[in-house]
Design a protein around this ligand. Structure first.
Ligand code: PLP
Length: 429
């Protein structure tokens, strides 16, 4: 006789949306790495898009302002769109450092960049609407899933520094409601050129002229959370300065997480057309995803001190760039020695794009490295090096490109990192 459990139809007990939600690939990898670290292995963990606070602490002044805000009892609910002092400080920062003129009512404060991205998707999209985003890119697939939008990922390539172009978007724009772009880009650390971004803006402006109010416009989510971390000659461009008509269609994502090493502090801001911002405020309000009041007070006081902010950024950027350049040079040296590795010159953020193409080679135990998953595992087991393969950012699994993040790297580790990598590669036949 069959048991009742095998014949009984299983009733789903959670929503289809929740059932279909996939976890972050990076977090899965992080769990494996943590297990190795717990068992005493020394791992060069370059997977995390975060900072080690012992190497990259938040600005001292900001930390003191946070303490002071708690001491002064700033612990009740903040205003729904963020305290006015912080919105004013953001207005000034955007103007003085970014040449952008946004008023206090066009700015929304939230608990970091993530709730803002979620609110943008929810405020602009109906279920079934199409969203264009590049791959590799960060988390757009998950935000589409959360709001029932149809993802339209477009694959980019090393030749364009993995940045989307107007030509890539053009065939699909008619059926699109939102284009989600990020510059500087996570995972590549590369940025839009002026011409590249202008081309995309022109496409959007023209498409919206055609729609002429008969259809929702195509909007642009412009995630510039890394914009203050550009290096060398790299200039950060934004759609609104390049094409003022883009102001009606662009919603920016920005904040303190990356530029001030403050990922755990949770202060972000979005800005854009007041009507959209007001709807996002309602969504953030229902979630309660505000930035904590004391952190808002502290951020306002800190951001007002131009000299303190600039001197922090100067030193912080210098130390990130030092690491990115050293890794870049190291990969180029290995390449010049005949190894099948490469790297793209760093432009911004805390990421370097590197290629490790050792597919088809055989380990000394006789195992052939068949695919990127095998390569990633070999690097972790043999070289003790952990990197995030681009397929965690949506590319197909044949991509040999990886994200290398320097936010947890101590400079003295660099030499042994390359010894370990070269050693592991040389062992292959
Ligand atoms: C491109 C991009 N946007 C937004 C965020 C979100 O940042 P936050 O920690 O402020 O939520 C991240 C975080 O990694 C990111 O990489």
């Amino acid at each position: 006789m069959e048991s009742s459990t095998t014949t009984k139809k299983i009733t789903p007990y959670i929503s289809e949306m929740a059932e279909g939600l996939v976890g972050s690939e990076i977090i899965k990898l992080a769990n494996e790495i943590n297990e190795k670290v717990r068992s005493g292995e020394k791992i060069y963990n370059l997977t995390i898009g975060d900072f080690n606070p012992e190497i990259f602490p938040i600005p001292e002044d900001f930390k003191n302002e946070i303490k002071l805000a708690y001491e002064n009892g700033k612990t009740n609910y903040p205003a729904a769109n963020g305290i006015i002092e912080l919105r004013r400080a953001v207005t000034d920062l955007l103007f003085t450092h970014g040449g952008l003129e946004y008023g206090e009512n066009e700015i929304l404060i939230a608990g970091g960049g993530r709730p803002l991205i979620y609110a943008i998707y929810q405020a602009l999209l109906d279920p079934g609407d199409t969203v264009i985003f590049p791959v590799p890119s960060w988390n757009n697939n998950h935000y589409c899933h959360l709001c029932g939008a149809v993802p339209l990922p477009i694959h980019t390539c090393a030749e364009t520094n993995f940045m989307l172009t107007a030509e890539d978007i053009q065939p699909h724009i008619e059926k699109t409601s939102l284009i989600s772009l990020c510059s500087p880009l996570n995972p590549t650390g590369t940025t839009f050129s002026k011409e590249g971004l202008e081309g995309i803006c022109d496409l959007i402006v023209n498409e919206n002229k055609q729609r002429d109010g008969n259809k929702k416009p195509v909007y642009l989510l412009y995630d510039q959370i890394y914009w203050q971390l550009t290096f060398g000659d790299t200039v950060h461009y934004n759609p609104v300065n390049l094409r003022p008509e883009m102001r009606n269609y662009t919603i920016f994502v920005d904040g303190m997480s990356k530029a001030y090493a403050a990922t755990g502090v949770r202060v972000g801001w979005g800005f854009g057309p007041e009507k959209v911002i007001n709807k996002m405020r309602a969504i953030i309000g229902h979630l309660g995803a505000w930035a904590p009041k004391a952190e808002q007070v502290a951020a306002a006081n800190f951001l007002k001190k131009d000299e303190v902010v600039d001197s922090f950024l100067e030193d912080f950027k210098h130390r990130i760039e030092q690491r990115l350049s050293a890794f870049y040079k190291g990969f180029k040296t290995l390449k010049s020695l005949g190894h099948n590795v490469d790297a793209i010159a760093p432009q911004a953020a805390l990421y370097l794009t590197v290629k490790i193409d050792i597919q088809g080679l055989r380990t000394k135990e006789g195992k052939v490295l068949e695919n990127t998953a095998d390569i990633t595992r070999y690097l972790l087991d043999e070289a003790k090096i952990a990197l995030v393969p681009f397929y965690a950012f949506g590319t197909d699994e044949s991509s040999r490109w990886y994200r290398l993040s320097v936010g947890t790297t101590a400079m003295q580790e660099l030499e042994s990192f390359f010894d370990s990598l070269q050693n592991a590669i040389t062992k292959l036949s």
